[in-house]
Design a protein around this ligand. Sequence first.
Ligand SMILES: *Cc1c(COP(=O)(O)O)cnc(C)c1O
Length: 499
Amino acid sequence: MYQPRSERIPLIFEQGQPGRANRYLPSDAQLSDYLPAENLRAELPLPESTELDVVRHYTRLSQRTFGIDTGFYPLGSCTMKYNPRVNDAVANLPGLRDLHPFAPDELSQGALRIMYELERSLASLFGMAAFSLNPAAGAHAELAALLIAKKYFSDRGELNRQTVIVPDTAHGTNPASASMAGFRVVSLKSDERGRVGVDTLRAVLGDDTAVCMMTNPNTLGLFEDHIAEIARAVHDAGGLMYYDGANANALMGIARPGDMGFDLMHLNLHKTFTIPHGGGGAGAGPLGVAEHLVEYLPTPVVRAIAKDGSTANEDSRTYWLDFDVPKSIGPMRSFWSNFAHIVRALAYLYANGLEGLTDVSRLAVLNANYVRVKVAPFLETPYPEICQHEFVASAQELKKQSGVRAVDIAKALLDRGFHAPTMYFPLIVPECLMIEPTETESKETLDQFIAALEDVVATAKRDPQQILDAPQRTVVARVDETRAARQPDLRWRAPAGVT
Ligand SMILES: *Cc1c(COP(=O)(O)O)cnc(C)c1O
């Protein structure tokens, strides 16, 4: 994983030499024997490199980053668990992979059945009446949900309902989505237990309340134990309850948002349902709703009817895409969903079954509590009680003693072979480190991480400069994040000697 720092790795096309090639192909081989002739363009000469140079180049590039495949990645609120390879293999089956999105329903029965079965499974696992697989990410589903709320209140003539209530521990996408949908956001201060206080909530409820957005367990890793009372208060005021289920890893088979009183919710398949993520790649954010909101879900809706008109017999069903849903908010994106992710998620769900998913959640909670208890003696844990899938620690005291901050701890962990926890979130914890181990890590890995963290804290007290200078062993030193964002320099320039 560790490579010497160098200014710049030459790109592969800078490394070639005319006439340089390996000898693994016949000497009279033509490119057009191996590549489709229409893809070969004379104006784009291919670099002439040896196979060995190409293999080394891409292998080195792949090692210049940190991924779940290289090490422990306790990035709180992101659920960086292991993604079983078999799910990729299933999504890559030619009949699924090569299916055209415009193929007619009668030629897409298998794909539609996969969408239907995932939708039904999520509805039963989370206690909602129906899901839409249409939104492409968590934030996208939040926006869809708020557009549904808008339409629902407009249909009821309640145009005064313009306010969305968001606790101060919420993910930043919650207020952003509410604001994008045209709502006014009211931020709710958490109580000393790190939760929403029912009386604080009651004080902001009124006939302008549209939606209360909650994350449960919240981003401090704590279960909102007054959730039933909170839902009742919001409903009594005429509002809707929204559940941010991006991190459902503590919940599966144990508790259902539908039973807690939520009317709308989203899931991040790319977190809980083991879809590779972290590089900003494609996601999938199914949106679930209770019975009274089903007719507002995005189109198309996958329907199933048996030849005799019933929905009972699985094997005689016909599946079809329904675009004609009068109250629907319409499609949230092109085509129907990130279909390969739907396949991965269903493969994961069926491989585990309800029992397996329940074990996933139990183990995720156990691992988080194990690390929390082991970390507490050397780093403050501001909410020292049983947590769910993650917990927060704080470097506030350490900063006072040594000048070492959360960001410095994060950099020093990289030197020790671990990805950093989430930093400075949730916003209400000063010098916050948010740690989510997930269920897929062994006790040995957790122990190594705890030892590394303890070593960082001990070093900070003894020799803070060592931690302030970290990382030393990664390929890139500390980057200037502000300059990288404001003055990105992404243009390729030919180095000397390359034309
Ligand atoms: C990740 C996350 C989101 C946003 O999900 P995206 O798919 O990144 O849009 C929302 N809420 C919480 C709590 C999250 O952790």
